[in-house]
Write a protein that binds this ligand. Structure first.
Ligand SMILES: Cc1ncc(COP(=O)(O)O)c(C=O)c1O
Length: 401
């Protein structure tokens, strides 16, 4: 067995940050205020809420939007290729999913397809900014204004990126971030919701205050999980969790009965402590992505969605398109043999998630852009644990395909 394994994504949490988290947790009562101030000044959002996951944030946001919109607006536009939990949160909010195909060159909506949707039944559209590649928010805003529906900026994978000087997550009517394990700001799990819309905020004040808070036992459990994460995300130890199938690392499951609560105090403190280092990691990730992408493109066989040599996106993971499914599978195997975990991401389009059919607004099944991503996409790590030797191994591995 290979005892050196580079995780597909991750952000270091160092020992000192864990100690400070514990100290601050019991020192003062104002943890939420400290993180709020940081998020508000970083994003320019007046209102922010801390939840136990990105999917909870999305669910409560859609519920707040629903409570102030016309009754006939019960559909949410989603890209046909995205994280399964985006679909799950939409279903959890009691809404129907209206799928729009994506452009495999940048994960954005196929705008012709989007323009053809009858906006009269739509409550909101959700831009997912996959891997840190931002949607074209100017265009999305234009189309949403025509249909008079809300826009949700899903910044789960793009925290820290910006679009024309504005923070990702703030480009729609409201937005959210995930604090999950592979994300730029992680507290093992969690979510942050931001908005400047007063009407939505007043609904959210009520909905969020009615959610349960985490007890001391749950806080202790999650603190231990953060400690484990901080240790086992290192390439010298990652092989241990990766060899335990019951942990289900890298598995994509559809679950719309997830628990919903507010973020625990210890995670709110951790978020505030860790926040200080994310900009540094953000820069490292962008540098790694830049170097890796240039070398992968030089091989002449692969494409990189969203690639812009002059303005490299801060890829949370580097998405790569192989020529076909077979070479994608061979690339993943080859990379694993040199100690790199490359991932396939989502195993199907949203249309093909088992059991999703009753929740779709139409029975359309042709999503050629999304299907290309299902067949050809894999991702490479860009996180700060990547070494020069890993770069060489990745490029040498891909050259053999
Ligand atoms: C694009 C996107 N949106 C939403 C979510 C949901 O976030 P969470 O896992 O914190 O519920 C994720 C999770 O990975 C995601 O990738």
């Amino acid at each position: 067995m290979n005892h050196y394994l580079v995780a597909p994504a991750g952000t270091p949490i160092v020992f000192g940050e864990l100690v400070k988290t514990l100290y601050d947790r019991f020192k003062s009562e104002s943890h939420a205020i400290s993180l709020s101030k940081k998020i508000q000044s970083f994003t320019g959002s007046r209102h922010c809420y801390f939840l136990n996951s990105g999917r909870t944030a999305q669910t409560v946001l859609l519920s707040a939007m629903r409570s102030i919109a016309d009754d006939n607006r019960k559909e949410v536009i989603l890209p046909a290729y995205t994280c399964y939990s985006v679909a799950a949160a939409t279903v959890r909010a009691g809404l129907k999913i209206r799928l729009v195909d994506v452009d495999p060159a940048n994960f954005d909506f196929d705008f012709e397809d989007l323009g053809n949707v009858d906006g009269g039944r739509v409550l909101a559209a959700l831009g997912c900014n996959l891997f840190g590649v931002l949607n074209d928010w100017d265009r999305l805003n234009e189309i949403a204004q025509l249909g008079q529906y809300f826009l949700v900026d899903d910044g789960a994978q793009s925290f820290g990126a910006s679009y024309k000087g504005r923070a990702s997550g703030t480009l729609g009517t409201a937005g959210f971030y995930s604090l999950g394990r592979g994300k730029a700001l992680t507290t093992y799990n969690g979510g942050i919701l931001v908005t400047n819309n007063k009407e939505i905020a007043s609904q959210l004040d009520e909905i969020v205050s009615n959610l349960p808070a985490a007890g001391l036992l749950q806080e202790s459990v999650v603190y231990v999980k953060m400690m484990m994460y901080s240790m086992f995300i290192r390439p010298s130890l990652y092989w241990i969790p990766a060899s335990l199938p019951f942990l289900g690392l890298g598995e994509t499951l559809y679950e719309d009965d997830f628990g919903m609560s507010r973020l625990s105090s210890v995670q709110t403190v951790a978020g505030s402590v860790i926040f200080e280092s994310i900009l540094y990691f953000h820069t490292l990730r962008a540098e790694n992505a830049m170097e890796l992408a240039s070398e992968v493109l030089d091989l002449g066989k692969f494409e990189i969605p969203g690639w812009d040599a002059k303005n490299c996106p801060p890829y949370l993971r580097l998405p790569v398109l192989a020529p076909d499914r077979d070479s994608r599978e061979r690339a993943i195997e080859e990379l694993r043999s040199v100690g790199i975990v490359a991932t396939r991401m989502y195993p199907s389009t949203v249309r093909d998630i088992p059991g999703i059919e009753p929740h779709l607004a139409s029975n359309r099944s042709d999503f050629p852009g999304a299907r290309q991503l299902v067949d050809r996409l894999f991702t490479l790590p860009t996180h700060p644990y990547l070494t020069e030797q890993d770069f060489d191994n990745i490029v040498a591995g891909l050259r053999r395909i």
